[in-house]
Design a protein around this ligand. Sequence first.
Ligand code: ZN
Length: 132
Amino acid sequence: MKSHRRIQILRRRAAESQGWRCYYCLFPMWESNPEAFKTRYSLSSRAVRHFRCTAEHLTARCDGGRDIEENIVAACHYCNRTRHRRKRPKDAASFASFVRSRIDRGRWHLAPSPVSIGAEPGDPARKTRQTK
Ligand SMILES: [Zn+2]
């Protein structure tokens, strides 16, 4: 599965450059340790699944989007799934503003607000902290 492996590498690279935050909703994401993430953000087992880091094609595969660095960002499972569940998926930029307006109205995934999460920087998966 060469292409699967490639996507994985691109996803991780994108996630790192985004500080492990979803491209759309800007919430933190986890890659391999849901338990730690769940504890850290006091999420339910159901809610924690929304924040799994996934590879998102800015231009969808079915629209000719390719598995290349420029076309792959990291998005949480919830945003990724919700975007592509639509009959006519919005382009990435419109979807991002759609997501943010829903968050402002408290109508996105079940989670603490980005404000409270934002108060605690750092990547839970890698246990590194910015020292600035
Ligand atoms: Zn998201």
